[in-house]
Write a protein that binds this ligand. Structure first.
Ligand code: AMP
Length: 312
């Protein structure tokens, strides 16, 4: 089974309390594909870069086994650039600069060879661009989408149209509250699921993630890491791990979705350990399996004894 990832391919300049990095490879499309390729050798990336995008970064994606036929080079312009700064509370970040560059007016053209993609992972982009992608693929099995407060505030009607076409929306808690216009997350989840996505995942940063499906809620813990260097890309690596597990499970039932949330959390927990996408470049599949097992252990609740009975 194949994954088609759509998103930004960027230069990122990042500052955290532990260091900084300048113009490293970034973007939602890069992180989704570099995380999901550990689960399948058929990851296709759709995005756009400018005339300044170095061969070295292209090679990093190719070395990861990512198919770049859908990565357009716009010779007329520069690559998308983002500059962000994190504080000691790594859930908070300031965007110091965003240069859309070639992303402005981007009209994705999906290569014919991508038409049969089975899982579509729509990274954070203009909801109209997300719909343009969906229009060009044959009947995918499962559509995952990310969005952010910028689109919730500036293009609410267009976002609603996209949500009607999405099977699984992945957003963070503040975005869920804003999208639903409702402070309570459980109520907000009902409201958002009524907008289209049957499955909703709400990420709560270092507090884990909630999975809402028909009548069921699942809560995954976050991995208690000792050393967090740079949270950039955690949300996209989560989406990549989620799509990655689903592609190998070939199933979208409750159990598969629960496992997929754990693999999403695992990939997010790795990416934050180093600056930019570095940690995603050389992971050993055994490390992924071991960390997934640690997540299981972390959340294991022993058999409960009813109140009024004596614990054995
Ligand atoms: P995340 O930390 O998972 O939310 O995503 C970080 C990535 O999002 C960075 O690599 C940025 O290049 C990219 N990014 C930042 N702002 C935007 C935006 N407005 N639209 C799309 N991608 C963005």
């Amino acid at each position: 089974m194949s994954i088609l990832a759509v998103g930004t391919v960027a230069f990122d300049s990042i500052e955290t309390p532990f260091g900084s990095a300048e113009r490293v490879l970034g973007g939602s499309g890069s992180y989704i594909s570099l995380a999901s390729r550990y689960f399948t050798d058929d990851v296709r990336l759709v995005g756009v870069v400018g005339n300044d995008f170095p061969d070295e970064y292209r090679q990093t994606l190719l070395d990861g086994g990512v198919d770049l036929e859908g990565l357009e080079t716009n010779e007329e312009g520069k690559t998308f650039f983002w500059h962000g700064r994190y504080h000691y509370d790594m859930n908070e970040r300031d965007t110091l600069e965003t240069q859309l560059n070639v992303l402005e007016g981007f009209e994705p053209e999906i290569p014919d060879s991508y038409d049969d993609s089975e899982i579509i992972c729509l990274g954070n982009l203009d909801p109209k661009v997300q719909r343009d992608v969906l229009r060009q693929v044959d009947d995918p099995e499962f559509v995952i989408a990310d969005t952010m407060n910028f689109w919730i505030e500036n293009t609410p009607d267009s976002l609603r149209k996209t949500l009607q076409l999405v099977d699984c929306l992945v957003i963070n808690d503040s975005e869920a509250r804003e999208l639903a216009d409702e402070p309570n997350l459980v109520t907000a989840a009902d409201i958002i699921r009524d907008m289209g996505p049957e499955t909703l995942i709400i990420k709560k940063g270092e507090h884990g993630a909630l999975l809402f499906t028909d009548s069921q809620v699942f809560s995954a813990p976050a991995y208690p890491l000792e050393d967090i260097q740079d949270p950039t890309g955690a949300g996209d690596a989560f989406a990549g791990g989620l799509a990655g597990h689903l592609v190998r499970a070939k199933s979208f039932d409750q159990e598969s979705l629960r496992r997929a949330v754990v693999y999403g959390s695992v990939m997010a927990s790795f990416v934050v350990e180093a600056f930019g996408p570095n940690r995603l470049l050389n992971l050993d599949p055994i490390d992924i399996s071991e960390r997934a097992q640690s997540f299981r252990d972390l959340a294991a609740i022993p058999t409960l004894v009813p109140v009024g009975k004596q614990p054995a």
